[in-house]
Design a protein around this ligand. Structure first.
Ligand code: ADP
Ligand code: MG
Length: 295
């Protein structure tokens, strides 16, 4: 088998530190253990992709990291401080861009909205809005309404809104799942470009293996629910990536095959079958070996 570098050990100076994160949803007689035990770190300035099967708890994890949801146990630390609510300096880009923009507000106003809460003066707000819209290639769209734009353009607006906020950490939850393939490729390049230019720490969730390998400097593979980190691997592709050459590079194929195999294993379930198993999906042999699970 081809050698794929796994990430071992934990960083001493992590920007984000997720330790023993567990989330159980309870209510109306139902109990769902969405996330069992997630432990990993993210360093300042990293671009990390999280990939895992649908329903494995990716959104749950991001919501816990963004302080939108309280973990059942375990913790998320940002610079060593426990996240208990949405921390300043963190921005979200959600999957449903259609629902995340206000249809009655113009594009520029949508992008400006979070800046008002930041208490910035009008001139600075204008500057940030114009800069963010230009960064996503929508310099001329400030006066349009979201519903006048295509899906891909709406998602650009959502990205611009996050950028204008000047976040230190950007959490992206399957942001391109609903756009066509060409637009998606453009948006992927946009994210890598912004990451390189702005040095933002990005955590990008996707169920698309190719997307995870193309975008990430590191990929965390999550198991099926109840979720653990199945594996972490370093994407040792060049920093310069492009849709034409990167995706046909032999190393890209090796990495995607490796992640694919891990996902297949992940679908079979986490390492141990504990008493807390609450879902009744059919399962094969449980996995014996979990590598690099943030330990
Ligand atoms: P993913 O984003 O990986 O598709 P989610 O985090 O959305 O997964 O969901 C993980 C699991 O938790 C799923 O089984 C889902 O049905 C369940 N779940 C998510 N949100 C809630 C909720 N608010 N109440 C109850 N169960 C939920
Ligand atoms: Mg989700």
């Amino acid at each position: 088998m081809t050698h794929v570098p796994l990430v071992k050990g934990r960083s001493m100076h992590a920007l984000l530190d997720v330790s023993g994160l567990r989330k159980v949803y309870e209510g109306s007689g139902r109990r769902v253990e969405a996330v069992r035990d997630l432990t990993f770190t993210v360093d300042e300035g990293e671009l990390v992709c999280l990939v895992g099967p649908s329903g494995c708890g990716k959104t749950t994890l991001l919501k816990c990291m963004g302080g939108l949801l309280a973990p059942t146990s375990g913790a998320v630390l940002l610079e060593g401080k426990r996240v208990t609510g949405p921390p300043p300096g963190m921005a979200f880009v959600f999957q449903e861009y259609g629902r995340s923009l206000f249809p009655w507000k113009r594009v520029g106003e949508n992008v400006e909205l979070p800046l008002r809460q930041k208490g910035l003066d009008r001139a600075r707000r204008r500057e940030l809005v114009a800069d963010a819209l230009a960064s996503v290639g929508l310099a001329d769209a400030a006066g349009a309404y979201p519903w006048q734009l295509s899906g891909g353009m709406q998602q650009r607006v959502a990205i611009a809104r996050a950028l204008a906020y000047e976040p230190r950490v950007l959490l992206m939850d399957e942001p391109f799942a609903a756009v066509d393939a060409q637009t998606r490729a453009d948006l992927e390049d946009l994210v890598r470009g912004l990451w390189r230019e702005r040095g933002i720490t990005i955590l990008f969730v996707t169920h698309d293996i190719d997307e995870a390998v193309y975008l990430g400097e590191r990929v965390l593979v999550l198991s099926a629910s109840p979720t653990v980190v199945q594996e972490q691997l370093t994407v040792d592709l060049p920093r310069e990536r492009d849709q034409l050459h990167t995706r046909v590079a032999p190393r890209f194929a090796e990495l995607r095959t490796h992640v694919y195999e891990q996902i297949q294993a992940a679908k079979r379930g986490p390492a141990q079958e504990g008493p807390a198993r609450l879902r009744d999906e059919p399962r094969d042999e449980p996995l014996r070996k979990v590598t690099g699970a943030g330990s």
